[in-house]
Design a protein around this ligand. Structure first.
Ligand code: NAD
Length: 513
């Protein structure tokens, strides 16, 4: 695909995909930067391609092109914008398997999970096709004699999106389709670790008919992000990534007057009640803790076993032992590699801290070696029990296949523990009692709750509603909240006089008469 293939480059030097391009004013262009980073297959360390760290001039050019395109794009009829999304969803569906292969190669997750990554993003594009009703204003006739009030949901201007490595398809698709279909123009800054599959989606967006300048892409790291956060033309920033960077983005862009949403790190708990269906619950826990090698912001990292369920730990460990660690493209893989050697070193260090701080290690994934992929960044499933809240494996987001188990006696103790944790992304409850579920959903202070659902990521008719330490900003990505985020509500109060209307008297009060 044009966006990532540079046929003039020697592929043995730059990898199979060559150099990733920038998208500026409708053209996929080579960056003039001197700073490049290898895109590396985490299962093999093979260099797949290179990503540029765009120059300041290139970032400015991308923002300028978005600014120039805005006026005509916002005047483009809403059905025309919607039809581009209809085309885009068709194109993504047709190329999903091809994109999934690239996604697995650069990110490491299994092929089926890569297809899921694309599918969950595709659902947002499908929802964007309903923009005609989503972006409707409100109207009240007769708020005073002859006076009507109504609202317009108007696009903001140039918006920017900054995305993490762990969902290179879904998260860019949370952002640019909704922003653009609302009438904004967009500058996307994908993760520099795995931008290839994102660029394939961007190329499809251009093929679907997004006009030049409406969608732009710049690659890079902190410097590019900081430019987006401070540039006068950028009106809103959507960020998804770690807590440290998301807080920086929120503060910097906020200080520069931008609307910001930062969706950040997590520590997700599941509460297991003694009346839960044991087989289904244990399967759900294993899948949620170790799927995608634990590199999901909604991954399960703490199992809170209530009462007698502490006796289920051995069975949980046995089930976990059946998971197959291998390269994501190999058949029947359950756990692929983590994204980088650095990420692996960090996960191993955190596992070591758990041992040092006295947690009981039931399953140790540190020494896993995958035949044929000895260089891969593999970490096997790891399970600790006896974890206390002052341990690093409890306090820090591991972002690897590590499950911490804490045993408590009651539901109330479980809820108190979870409500005291600073993060608020997701939580699960496993029970067969409707009354327990109702108490839990009412009392738990977490933005996304699964009841017998291990990873409760809402579908796009709703919005992603992580809360507390996992989010800064009021409105979440996708769904109706995204329409609010990407539009400004303008309220019109209007009176039309009939020719015959008498002028009446001057009114110096605030009242409409
Ligand atoms: P990250 O914060 O390292 O990177 C995210 C983006 O910020 C990337 O585009 C990166 O280039 C940029 N960036 C990195 N360092 C920067 C800096 N110093 N200044 C400015 N920009 C910088 O995150 P990641 O490692 O790519 O992704 C994993 C994290 O994302 C985890 O913490 C995970 O929980 C979180 N995440 C959250 C959600 C959510 O919806 N809450 C979803 C997915 C991932």
């Amino acid at each position: 695909m044009n966006a990532i293939q540079n046929v003039t480059q020697n592929q043995s030097q730059t990898g199979q995909f060559g150099k990733a391009k920038l998208l500026i004013n409708g053209e996929f262009v080579d960056s003039q930067t001197t700073v490049w980073q290898d895109i590396v297959n985490p299962a093999t360390q093979q260099v797949l391609g290179q990503v540029p760290f765009a120059t300041a001039a290139e970032v400015n050019a991308a923002i300028e092109s978005a600014q120039n395109a805005f006026e005509s794009w916002r005047q483009t009829p809403i059905q025309a914008r919607m039809r581009i999304m209809l085309k885009l969803q068709e194109l993504i569906r047709g190329k999903a398997k091809e994109i999934a292969k690239v996604l697995t190669a650069e990110q490491g997750k299994t092929l089926t999970d890569a297809e899921g990554d694309i599918q969950r993003g595709l659902e947002v594009v499908e929802h964007a096709c309903s923009i005609g009703t989503l972006q409707m204003g409100e109207y009240v006739e007769g708020v005073a004699r002859g006076v009507d009030s109504y609202t317009l949901q108007q696009p903001l201007g140039v918006c920017a999106g900054i995305t993490p490595f762990n969902f290179p398809a879904m998260i860019p698709l949370w952002m640019f389709p909704m922003a653009i279909v609302c009438g904004n123009t967009f500058v996307l800054k994908p993760s520099e670790q795995d931008p290839l599959s994102t660029m394939m989606l961007v190329e499809l967006a251009i093929e679907a008919g997004i006009p030049k300048g409406v969608l732009n892409v710049v690659h890079g790291g902190k410097e590019v992000v900081d430019m987006l956060c401070t540039h006068e033309h950028i009106k809103a920033i959507s960020f998804v990534g770690s807590t440290a960077v998301g807080t920086h983005v929120y503060n910097l862009a906020g200080q520069h007057g931008k609307r910001v949403q930062s969706m950040m790190g997590a520590k997700n708990h599941a509460v297991i009640m003694p009346d839960a269906n044991k087989g289904q619950t244990l399967n759900a826990l294993v899948g949620a803790a170790f799927g995608a090698a634990g590199q999901r912001c909604m991954a399960l990292s703490v199992a809170v076993m209530v009462g007698e369920t502490k006796h289920w730990i051995d069975e949980l460990v046995e089930k976990t032992k059946t998971l197959k660690v291998n390269a994501g493209h190999e058949d029947n893989t359950d756990i692929g590699p983590v994204i980088s050697a650095r990420a692996k070193a960090r996960v191993l260090e955190l596992i070591g801290s758990g041992v040092e701080q006295g947690a009981k290690l039931h399953l140790d994934g540190r020494d896993v070696v995958v035949p044929g992929y000895e260089q891969g960044n593999f970490v096997g499933a790891t399970i600790f029990s006896g974890v206390s809240t002052d341990m690093r494996i409890y306090k820090e987001e591991v972002f690897g296949p590590v499950l911490a188990i804490i045993c408590v006696d009651t539901l109330e103790q479980a809820m108190a523990l979870i409500n005291a944790n600073p993060f608020g992304n997701g939580v699960g409850l496993f029970t067969q009692s409707g009354a327990t579920a109702r108490t839990f959903q009412n009392q738990i202070n977490i933005g996304q709750v699964g009841i017998n659902i291990p990873i409760p990521v809402p579908v796009p008719f709703f919005s992603f509603t992580g809360s507390r330490g996992s989010k800064l900003g009021d409105l979440g990505p996708y769904g109706k909240q995204a329409v609010q985020f990407y539009t400004q509500t303008k309220t019109i109060t209007s009176r039309w006089f009939e020719d015959s209307h008498e002028a009446g008297e001057v009114n110096t009060t605030i009242n409409l008469r």
